[in-house]
Design a protein around this ligand. Structure first.
Ligand code: IMP
Length: 197
């Protein structure tokens, strides 16, 4: 199946492609008149609500175009730090741009609880049917930034299922084995075999 991923984040596209191409699907970026979509994020603390809003916006962008017959996929994701419930959560992108990784490390300086998790909600619409899935990757926040790969919070996120390295110290294949995005996408593909809601 050819899936058009509606996101302006090229890293998300690369990671989804790395997984789904191995499973026989292709993932390409959704471009409207050559441009990547830039969604208006609703005021919500719920990843699912944000993902649903992105889907609605994506579907309205492709309405009455030649892209209407393709499967359209959206996701919303974020980092959730146990010490600060819900934070940065749906505001991960904003917090990354404002206080950055150094700001997060400073906030956690005196904390004994460095547990955190990435969460993702993925929704796919194809021929007026909708499938939805979510994925979680548990881990801890490192005491310093380590590694050069990945994006966003990867230099400070150590996944529990890994070998103690941050996601940024892993290559895309290693991250793709255990990431929240992978679990969500695999769940989505499993549910594609079931009747949709
Ligand atoms: P959104 O889903 O586009 O609203 O943005 C999610 C934000 O969460 C990204 O901009 C990143 O800062 C962060 N994030 C989500 N997934 C990842 C990941 O796999 N690695 C690093 N940061 C991530």
């Amino acid at each position: 199946m050819k899936i058009l991923f509606a996101t302006s984040n090229q890293n998300k596209i690369r990671e989804a492609h790395a997984l789904l191409s191995e499973l026989g699907h292709s993932v390409e970026e959704l471009r409207i008149n050559g441009n990547l979509p830039d969604f208006i994020e609703p005021q919500s603390s719920d990843l699912k609500e944000v993902a649903n809003s992105k889907l609605k916006q994506a579907i309205s962008l492709i309405k009455d175009t030649e892209l209407e017959d393709y499967a359209i996929m959206v996701e919303d994701s974020g980092l959730f730090i146990d010490e600060f419930p819900g934070f940065p959560g749906v505001f991960s992108s904003f917090v990354y741009d404002s206080i950055g990784l150094n700001g997060i490390l400073t906030l956690l300086e005196k904390s004994t609880n460095r547990s955190a998790e990435y969460r993702t909600v993925t929704i796919l619409q194809w021929k007026n049917k909708i499938w939805e899935s979510s994925g979680v990757c548990k881990g801890t926040i490192s005491v310093e930034k380590l590694g050069k790969e990945g994006f966003g919070y990867d230099p400070i996120f150590i996944p529990l299922q890994g070998n103690g390295s941050t996601f940024s110290q892993m290559n895309i294949k290693q991250k793709t084995l255990i990431s929240h995005r992978t679990f969500s996408l695999k769940g989505l593909l499993d549910s594609l075999k079931l009747p949709s809601k």
